[in-house]
Ligand binder design. Structure first.
Ligand SMILES: [Zn+2]
Length: 336
């Protein structure tokens, strides 16, 4: 009987239904898999309706693109950082803006009178366009050859600043004599000698970091800034010493006439890792960090820095695209 067999068109219809169901399930699974299979999320995707809704503070972080361009950073989603193809994100306007906006910098300072050693800084002036400020004491004892070396440093873009005549402890001397005596003997004569040789000293550093508010007020009649030293005996992490950082904007710089620096010489026992973290803090917060040292020598005593250590510090700041400033440059920042 014909009617007892299943009609062929019903069988084809059944196969078709199964096939369509299979196709549908395959499509659905593919859609469910998509978010997990996404391996690359570039800056261009930020803001698109990827799941789930995010807040910029918690879900994005700055990622260094310094291999592509010193100082460059991109805002990228956390978690996908290692999978990001850097080449795909370098041309977005947001990132170009970040390239130009980093205002961090480094102020290198050297104290005392080892001008013969300081001359080795000329290599860093040339190689990295680095700059430093040299606070000079005992200028009355400089030979003509040493004065020439100091002039060479100045001509290379460094600043020559003032560190008194005889490197005495100001607080002790004032206690024994008077504030006026200190100014008349330790400040005026040395400044006059240096002026005569063409060094227009504008900034001052306290020997032994020994000063006080009253002395600041007096010295700031003659100098743009006075610089103290951070007491390394406090064993503070460099990145935690707030006084050695200046926010790079006009208001902050204008108000900062009393500066503080942290020592990088052997005596202060900060290794490179620690110093780099301090520089990182300046970089990440658009601030200027102030460091100080004394001599530059292959065999430095306690108050000296090895040239290779100095090079590593300069290289580190240079690689991040940080600017080098002299102390006088602070005044220019206010004017601009
Ligand atoms: Zn000194």
């Amino acid at each position: 009987m014909k009617n007892k067999k299943a009609p062929p068109h019903l069988f084809v219809f059944f196969i078709l239904i199964v096939f369509i169901s299979w196709l549908y399930s395959f499509h659905t699974n593919s859609l469910q898999d998509m978010p997990d299979s996404r391996t690359v999320q570039t800056a261009a995707h930020i803001g698109q309706k990827s799941s789930p809704p995010v807040s910029p503070e918690t879900n994005f972080k700055l990622v260094s693109l310094r291999k592509l361009n010193p100082g460059a950073e991109a805002i990228l989603p956390q978690g996908n950082v290692s999978k990001v193809k850097l080449n795909t994100v370098t041309t977005t306007p947001k990132i170009l803006k970040l390239l130009d906006n980093n205002q961090s910098g480094i102020i290198l300072t050297f104290d005392d009178n080892t001008v013969d050693e300081w001359s080795s800084f000329l290599a860093f002036n040339k190689e990295y366009k680095a700059k430093a400020t040299f606070y000079v004491c005992n200028f009355n004892n400089f030979t003509s050859n040493q004065i020439m070396k100091l002039r060479n440093l100045q001509n290379a873009g460094n600043e020559i600043a003032y560190h008194t005549l005889n490197h005495l402890n100001a607080l002790q001397l004032i206690k024994e004599k008077s504030l006026n005596y200190y100014i008349q003997t330790e400040i005026f004569p040395g400044v006059a000698m240096m002026e005569e040789e063409g060094f227009h000293v504008k900034n001052f550093a306290y020997p032994y970091g020994a000063g006080n508010r009253e002395l600041d007020n007096e010295l700031l009649k003659y100098f743009d800034t006075v610089r103290y030293t951070f007491d390394s005996g406090k064993n503070e992490k460099i990145s935690n010493i707030r006084s050695i950082y200046i926010q790079n904007n006009k208001t902050s710089v204008r108000e900062q006439r009393v500066l503080h620096a942290v020592g990088i010489d052997n005596a202060y026992e900060y290794d490179l890792t620690e110093i780099f973290q301090g520089i990182d803090h300046a970089y990440n917060s658009n601030q200027l960090i102030i460091l100080y040292a004394h001599g530059i020598s292959d065999k430095p005593d306690n108050y000296g820095t090895n040239p290779e250590k100095l090079r590593a510090i300069i290289q580190y700041a240079y690689d991040r695209g940080m600017k080098f400033y002299t102390v006088s440059d602070l005044e220019k920042l206010v004017e601009n």
